[in-house]
Ligand binder design. Structure first.
Ligand code: AMP
Ligand code: MG
Length: 326
């Protein structure tokens, strides 16, 4: 890992560029038009631009590494989406002057959906629905070796640096490094500070964070769990892996993701959890599925062996798992 430690700074820089592109698309076009993929989920100019920039960086620095990223350029290359491809190229040109649409598509397609012994998991915009609403979204990049997350970087351009100052500065980057703890920095990669989870020992005082989208998790099951644990505070609804960030810095105590009844067999995707999970764990938290099993980052893009997600401050983990048992 030693040589990779040196690359952490570079990886953060690539994520900052992607995050700047996403913010620009948001400011100029309020997210812009989106393409609906086969699974009915949206993808935007910013998703493609962010993936192109980060994949290009990984390929230059680590030519033999596998990249497992959410998007590919199949839809983007269709004639009916030529205007969108032009816009993606224009935004990428701010960072790579002169790059052609063909090159941009080839960078997006450096990614495959094949998990190997060492790979980078990338969600170029996690929480695209939040991005389109003007709410939370994240750029999530993780390095995984033999199923173990070594490095996680999460840029959350819309997240308050400190939620207790709601009129304060927005835009945070979280970094978790195996065995070295987790830090938060501002959106330019400066003002770094170590972060740690809440020390709360009373489950009744816990603050739960969960998805905004009711199709992504079983909010009723979360509410039942809250009642069992005598939690009275209302939950913090938030898109994207920003939820891992707020647990990691102690603003929420639990992140719950019980599978939604609308898709009970849903399998979580590696790029939706790899970066966030190391950030929460290195900040002292615990991450498992709802059955208490460790997250499986080694058997494919879908985490086949897992069901849902539970993230806690560690202290309350067993109490939560027990309360989730039927
Ligand atoms: P969140 O912002 O926490 O609601 O999560 C956004 C992520 O949810 C997206 O990146 C999708 O990959 C993922 N997702 C899509 N459908 C589902 C589903 N039925 N259950 C759980 N997660 C889903
Ligand atoms: Mg995602």
């Amino acid at each position: 890992m030693d040589e990779d430690f040196l690359e952490v700074v570079n990886a953060i820089e690539a994520v900052i560029k992607a995050s700047t592109l996403c913010k620009k698309v948001r400011m100029d076009l309020a997210g812009g038009v989106s393409i609906l993929k086969n699974d009915r989920s949206p993808v935007t100019i910013a998703d493609y631009g962010s993936q192109a920039i980060i994949c290009k960086w990984i390929r230059e620095k680590f030519p033999s590494d596998t990249i497992v990223a959410e998007e590919d350029s199949t839809e983007l290359k269709k004639p009916e989406h030529s205007r969108i491809l032009e816009q993606v190229t224009r935004y990428v040109n701010d960072f790579v002057p002169g790059a052609s649409s063909k090159e941009v598509c080839s960078w997006i397609d450096f990614s495959s959906h094949v998990v190997t012994d060492r790979f980078w998991a990338l969600d170029p915009i996690d929480g695209t629905k939040g991005f389109l609403r003007g709410d939370q979204f994240a750029i999530a990049l993780a390095l995984i070796e033999n199923g173990v997350v070594k490095l996680g970087i999460l840029a959350c351009p819309n997240l308050y640096v400190d939620m207790s100052h709601p009129f304060g500065e927005k835009g945070c980057i979280f970094v978790g490094l195996e065995g070295r703890g987790s830090v938060q920095m501002d959106e330019n990669g400066i003002n770094q500070r170590a972060i740690s989870v809440s020390k709360e020992i009373n489950s009744s005082e816990a603050i739960i964070t969960e998805s905004v989208e009711s199709d992504h998790a079983d909010h009723l099951a979360h509410q039942r769990l809250a009642e069992k644990l005598h939690i009275t505070r209302s939950s913090l609804k938030m898109d994207s892996q920003a939820k891992y960030g707020v647990v990691a810095r102690g603003e929420a105590t639990l992140y719950l993701r019980v599978p939604s009844p609308s898709e009970p067999g849903y399998k979580e995707k590696v790029w939706d959890h790899a970066a966030g999970s190391i950030i929460a764990e290195e900040a002292g938290g615990k991450v498992s599925d709802v059955l208490g099993h460790p997250l499986d980052f080694s058997s494919g893009i879908k985490m086949k062996k897992n069901r849902g997600i539970v993230v806690s401050n560690g202290i309350l983990h067993n109490a939560v798992l027990k309360a989730l048992e039927v």
